[in-house]
Every structure is written in structure tokens, then in C-alpha cells.
Ligand binder design. Structure first.
Ligand code: PAF
Length: 281
């Protein structure tokens, strides 16, 4: 495994691999890797001749400076995981490599970034689109892998690829959970042991709500999930929305769409966690 730091190094490598017919798979990450990332990496290795993983904590997607400062940076441990997994190249650029000049592009994703994370983290998805389009432009992958935990991000990436007509296949990968059900996230590292026990209620409640939906209308299900989670010390629901899984617009009735997903953001103490559950489709 080689660690590449510059755009030129990546471009040269990719050009020479491509000329020998290799298919390139790509997993963009911000590091602080866990089994969720490693499931993307495993699939990437299985599907492609070459697997490239980027590690770059992208400042333009943090609407909260404190979050950017606190984001765990664990390059040494990440490199070890990726080496063991069989990754070919890590791309770990500096901020200057990715943004030699400030990226002033403003993307328009219509309604899909006007809800949920888009409301609560203004500018976040624009930053994600900036960095991912820049990384795609450098790596020029055949396939790129994204986790379904970031459900809205996946929809944004798909919309961006369509808008920019990029020749890359987006491969979604299922949420990886701890045995307790807690969705894996780099942010879990910031939870105390006690908070982690409490955070388990998020997935537990979402799973249970699949039963509730059989007898409750959408709005009542939203209320029951929200009230239940807010009743735990340290948990505070920022939003819980039940949406059409394609358009991300809220549904009013269970019959409103063929694919329905519940998406949640919850503070556990000061740590903001997201998760989602498929109700239909
Ligand atoms: O999901 C993430 O880790 C980030 O948003 C991504 C896609 C690597 C862009 O910085």
C-alpha cells in the first residue's frame, strides 16, 4: 500500500493504471475509520482491480467550527486498518492540494438539500459536493462507495453525479451496526461508556417503530419515536422525519410512496448522531 499526498501523484498513478486497463474503485473518507468504512473498502476491493481510499477532513462541509476542531484525526491507525484490508493507495492530501484556491461553487440540488440535514447544517451538502466532485475529478474512479447511514448525503452525491454527468457508478452500502444496534460512526468515539449505552435507544426505538407503523399514522409514529427518545437523559431529538426515500420529501400517509425511510438526528450529550430506518421498499 502506498500513501499519496499530492494530486499529481494520484493523477500519474491513475493514468498509468488505466492505460493498462485497470478498473479503479474509490472510497472517500474523512478518516477515523471503523467497520462501516471497512465494509465499503471490502466491497471496493472485491469489485475493482485497484482500491483507492482518500482521507481528508474537509473543512468546507463543517458548518460548526467546533465539530471540525474536534473531528478525530487518526491517520496512523487508519493506515494500518487499510493496509490490513488490502487497499492499494491512500490519498491523504493537505487542504492546499484540494483547495489551491477557495472553492466558491454553489450547487443547486432542488428540494433534496432543503430538508433534514440541509436545514440543520446549512452549507454542509454544498461542502460535501465540492469535495467529492474535486476528489472524483482527481481520482476519476469507475465506482465510488458510500454508506447508507448518511442517507441524505447519498442522495446528494447521486444528484451531483447526474448534474455533472460524471462517469462514475455510485455504490451504496448498508449501515453497519454494533451488536447493540448502535449505527457505527466516527462520532461514537466521543461518547462516554454511559452515553453509548443510552445511545443504543436510538436504533432500538427505530426498530420498534417498524411495529408501531402497523397501527399508527405517520405523524403519530414520528411523535412516539421523538417522545420516547427525548424521555432519556442526555438524548435530545433534533429532527425525526419520515420521507419518500427517493425525493426525501416528508410523507403524510404510509401509502404516499413506495419507498419510505425514517431519518433521525439526535444529540447524545454534545455528540450529534444520525441514523435511519427503512419502513417500506
Ligand atoms: O461521509 C463522509 O465521510 C464525508 O462526507 C465524505 C463523503 C468523505 C466527504 O468529505
Amino acid at each position: 500500500m502506498e500513501v499519496l499526498k499530492t494530486v499529481k501523484e494520484v493523477q500519474d498513478k491513475v493514468a498509468s493504471l488505466r492505460s493498462s486497463g485497470a478498473e479503479i474503485g474509490f472510497v472517500p473518507t474523512m478518516g477515523a475509520l471503523h467497520q462501516g468504512h471497512l465494509s465499503l473498502v471490502g466491497q471496493c476491493i472485491a469489485d475493482n482491480d485497484i482500491c483507492i481510499v482518500s482521507i481528508f477532513v474537509n473543512p468546507t462541509q463543517f458548518n460548526n467550527k467546533e465539530d471540525l476542531i474536534k473531528y478525530p484525526r487518526t491517520l496512523e491507525r487508519d493506515s494500518q486498518y487499510l493496509e490490513e484490508a488490502g487497499v492499494d493507495f491512500i490519498f491523504a492530501p493537505s487542504e492546499e492540494e484540494i483547495y489551491p484556491e477557495p472553492d466558491t461553487r454553489q450547487f443547486d440540488f432542488g428540494q433534496i438539500d432543503k430538508v433534514m440535514e440541509g436545514v440543520h447544517r446549512p452549507g454542509h451538502f454544498n461542502g460535501v459536493a465540492q469535495v467529492v466532485s474535486r476528489l472524483f475529478d482527481i481520482v476519476k474512479p469507475d465506482r465510488a462507495y458510500f454508506g447508507e447511514k448518511d442517507f441524505q448525503q447519498l442522495a446528494i452525491i447521486r444528484a451531483m453525479v447526474k448534474q455533472l454527468a460524471l462517469p462514475v457508478q455510485i455504490v451504496p452500502m448498508p449501515i453497519v451496526r454494533e451488536a447493540s444496534g448502535l449505527a457505527l460512526s466516527s462520532r461514537n468515539e466521543r461518547l462516554t461508556a454511559k452515553q453509548k449505552d443510552i445511545a443504543v435507544n436510538i436504533s432500538e426505538t427505530l426498530f420498534e417503530s417498524r411495529q408501531w407503523m402497523k397501527s399508527l399514522p405517520v405523524q403519530d409514529t414520528i411523535k412516539k419515536v421523538t417522545d420516547r427518545l427525548n424521555s432519556f437523559d442526555e438524548l435530545s431529538v433534533e429532527y425525526y422525519e419520515i420521507v419518500d426515500g427517493y425525493t426525501l420529501q416528508p410523507v403524510k400517509e404510509w401509502d404516499d410512496a413506495a419507498y419510505i425511510v425514517g431519518c433521525i438526528a439526535v444529540f447524545c450529550g454534545e455528540v450529534r448522531l444520525i441514523d435511519n430506518i427503512v419502513y417500506k421498499g
